[in-house]
Design a protein around this ligand. Sequence first.
Ligand SMILES: Cc1cc2nc3c(=O)[nH]c(=O)nc-3n(C[C@H](O)[C@H](O)[C@H](O)COP(=O)(O)OP(=O)(O)OC[C@H]3O[C@@H](n4cnc5c(N)ncnc54)[C@H](O)[C@@H]3O)c2cc1C
Ligand code: FES
Length: 247
Amino acid sequence: MKKIYKAKVEKIEQVSKTSYFIEIKADEFVNVEAGQFVSIYCEGLTLRRPFSVCSNDNGKIGVLFKERGKGTKYIKSLQVGDLIDVAGPFGNTFDIQNKKALLVGAGIGAAPISYLKSKLNEKGIENFFISGFLNKEEVPQGMQIDMVCTDDGSYGEKGSVINYLGVLINDYQPEIIYACGPHIVLKLIAQLGEQYGIETQVAMEKVMACGIGVCRGCVIDIKKDGKVVNATVCKDGPVFKGSEIVW
Ligand SMILES: Cc1cc2nc3c(=O)[nH]c(=O)nc-3n(C[C@H](O)[C@H](O)[C@H](O)COP(=O)(O)OP(=O)(O)OC[C@H]3O[C@@H](n4cnc5c(N)ncnc54)[C@H](O)[C@@H]3O)c2cc1C
Ligand code: FES
């Protein structure tokens, strides 16, 4: 099925010292779910760049991105009204359950979690969103976060989200944890989930080439039926149960 669309840039703005929010519209994106990603063609570059969807207003999808290299520099240069080439949506979704949820974001990983929060709110599912950033300047404006941590303590609580998870689990008593962020943070969250007997769902990130499950460039090991097997982050994921990943 063809999944490449021309999408119109509806909004683009800087939301922190290093991150930007872009809103693009294509009718085909109406049903994009939390956890899924889109791949943006960046002029002059062969490989599309993948980004999680962080909001969806009836087909107007939002992407929160951090400037890293040529691709994100190109996206940053776009103007309202530009038509861009976007493929997707790709990947699976968070498996939303009617369970009291602890949502954990770290860095740009806050993006898909923010979209998940809005979905849980729509369904009336109780949730608490904690997200960590390097410092105050990195905290994106306009994101609904219940508790912000910064490594240097310049905004919210001081330290990593990891420092607060044990206390939050004990006080808030979540029945499920959803998370996105650096590999090490997700690994620790999966371990905490095992320790407390709480299901965890983590959105993984890997550098991607094809983005559709063909090149096998984004493979990770997971446990299935007592065996270790390969899974692609782009097609089988990006969301996996923390307990099924071979960390
Ligand atoms: C499923 C998925 C969802 C993602 N969602 C987001 C998102 O919501 N917001 C966002 O800002 N970024 C997200 N990323 C990362 C994003 O794809 C990269 O930042 C982007 O491709 C960089 O492109 P570039 O041309 O600017 O940088 P490049 O020139 O390609 O790379 C510059 C540097 O960026 C880093 N980098 C590149 N690709 C990745 C990657 N996949 N993961 C981690 N670091 C990378 C490397 O350190 C590299 O040296 C996601 C990646 C995946 C796989
Ligand atoms: S990026 Fe090609 S299989 Fe995932």
